[in-house]
Design a protein around this ligand. Structure first.
Ligand code: IPM
Ligand code: MG
Length: 368
């Protein structure tokens, strides 16, 4: 039997309640397969800061270091509450970015997927959704503006100023592009390269490296699109995309738009992969306004489990079952509050009910 250690960082806001549902699914996967998961819970985010003074405490680092994979819930506080934590210790700067840097998880995969049967969740017209949306945003995750040098001060004119630098070297660019090409090869063999080379020198270098890397993947067709145009096309014709690759900041913004065209960020799981370690997290925040109300949609967290099964534990077939179980619950006419209005004829269910129904569906599926 395979035995894996999974660090579980439930996070802040809705994190703990959606993590609980993801764990239910993971336990069932354990029951159905010749595998065992040793779950190692640890504090991460604002909860860790308030308990230890550090949003990514040493003990959590040690637990993550020893884990085969990390399952991470959303972190962060409301805009107002954040002010109770010094800027550099806030969960995003004090925990999330250090985690990405520590494990060099440079490749962030964000599937944007909505089967035709669930088209009613999308704000887009059915004719735009067609046979369904199914694309993956490949986002560079450890470079660019997020990690460049930052400086603040007062300039010669006596004005407060800020300088943030966008830096990539060719190695960083090449490694993410290779991941994107490889993914494109397993899918439709089309890669949309999202850039801003009409303004940014970083995009000029990016595109140069892309041309070099492309020679090793001649079966993949490359389509270059400026990032602003890509934002429009994601709304007007999302079905033309399959794999989209881009730098860190572009990926942050367009992946949230990805959630928008599906109908909710609650449908956005993600995998953050480095050469030695991977962690899995919803793309969305901790939604403090609905925390503890059994309202949050755990799809993104359970989807992150599915991505972990596939990428870290070589369980692609069981991962497909988890996706199918979640989509099956929606296809049965149920909805969580983020996706539908209560008077829209759907059967509204809460966080726990969604998790229970996914478990029920998965239990009924043939074992792999
Ligand atoms: C995301 C989030 C993070 C990011 C925040 C929480 C720092 O928005 O994973 O997309 O900007 O990368
Ligand atoms: Mg984001």
């Amino acid at each position: 039997m395979k035995n894996y250690k999974v660090a579980v960082l439930a996070g802040d806001g809705i994190g703990p309640e959606i993590t609980q549902e993801a764990i239910k699914v993971l336990k069932l996967v354990e029951e159905r397969n010749d595998v065992s998961f040793e779950l190692m819970p640890a504090l991460f985010g604002a909860c860790a800061y308030f308990e230890t003074g550090d949003a990514f405490p040493l003990e959590t680092k040690e637990i993550c270091d020893s884990a085969d994979a990390i399952l991470k819930g959303p972190i962060g506080l409301s805009h107002e509450e954040s002010k109770n934590i010094p800027v550099d210790k806030q969960p995003e700067r004090g925990a999330l970015l250090p985690m990405r840097r520590r494990y060099n998880t440079y490749a962030n995969f964000r599937p944007v997927s909505l089967p035709k049967a669930l088209a009613h969740f999308s704000p887009l017209k059915p004719e735009i959704i067609g046979d369904g949306i199914d694309l993956v945003i490949v986002r560079e995750l450890v470079g660019g503006l997020y990690f460049g040098e930052k400086e603040t001060g007062v300039n010669e004119k006596g004005l407060r100023y800020v300088r943030e630098t966008l830096e990539y070297d060719e190695g960083q660019i090449r490694q993410i592009l290779v991941q994107a090409f490889k993914l494109a090869q397993t899918r439709k063999k089309v890669l949309h390269n999202i850039h801003k080379s009409n303004v940014l020198k970083s995009s000029v270098l990016w595109n140069e490296i892309l041309e070099e890397v492309a020679t090793d993947y001649q079966d993949v067709k490359v389509i270059n699109i400026l990032v602003d145009a890509a934002a429009t096309l994601l709304c007007l014709k999302p079905t033309q995309f399959d794999v989209m690759v881009m730098e860190n900041m572009f990926g942050d913004i367009l992946s949230d738009q990805g959630g928008g065209i599906l109908g909710s960020l609650g449908l956005m799981p993600s995998a953050c992969i480095g050469d030695e370690k991977a962690y899995y997290e919803p793309s969305h925040g901790s939604a403090p306004d609905i925390a503890g109300k059994n309202m949050a949609n755990p799809y993104s967290m359970i989807g992150s489990v599915a991505m972990m099964l596939e990428n870290s534990f070589d369980m692609a077939d069981e991962a497909k079952n988890v996706w199918a179980a979640m989509q099956g619950v929606f296809a049965d006419g149920y909805s969580t509050a983020d996706l539908s209005k209560s008077d829209s004829g759907v059967k509204m269910i809460g966080t726990e009910e969604f998790g229970d129904k996914v478990v029920e569906k998965l239990r009924d599926m043939p074992k792999v």
